[in-house]
Design a binder for this molecule. Structure first.
Ligand SMILES: [Mg+2]
Length: 152
């Protein structure tokens, strides 16, 4: 059996890529300490960081040519985008002397706004032309399973 990757992988943000709710746990303004890797702090010094394995997963998907999407129903979309713009992703394993990249550069598709994720995925389909059967979605909340109805 050969394994193959889907053409698009979409990630929810809160409790899928980082361990917080950006709209309730985080207070602007956000800042990064110089070139600190995978760490941004808010007004009160609370940290935003991706889960440990996320940077390497993003690198591997990107180098395999998979479209990476951020798909969040947060009510703080501007803050979420700021966090993605500030978070620095270290170079991939084995390339440690390369410059880090901001997280947002990995997400060529961003659907970040309040509402049902059915809308988010219809938009992804419209924008990329990819069939739902080529999309893989990671999300921590059961209610967002409703997007499965699109793939049928
Ligand atoms: Mg979530």
């Amino acid at each position: 059996m050969t394994s193959r990757l889907p053409k698009l992988v979409a990630f929810d943000l809160d409790y899928t890529l980082w361990d917080l709710w950006i709209d309730t746990h985080i207070t602007p303004p956000l800042k990064r300490d110089g070139k600190a890797l995978n760490c941004v702090t808010d007004k009160y010094g609370d940290e935003i960081a991706f889960y440990r394995d996320v940077p390497e997963i993003l690198h591997r998907l990107q180098s395999a040519g998979v479209v990476i999407a951020a798909c969040s129903r947060t009510s703080a979309p501007t803050l979420a985008r700021q966090a993605l713009s500030l978070l620095l992703i270290p170079a991939p394993a084995g390339h440690k002397n390369e410059e880090p990249t901001t997280a947002i550069k990995f997400f060529s598709q961003q659907e970040i706004y309040h509402g049902s994720k059915i809308a988010h995925f219809k938009k992804l389909h419209q924008k990329t032309g990819l069939p739902y059967s080529e999309m893989l979605f990671f999300d921590d909340e059961r209610r967002n399973k409703e997007v499965e109805s699109l793939g049928g």
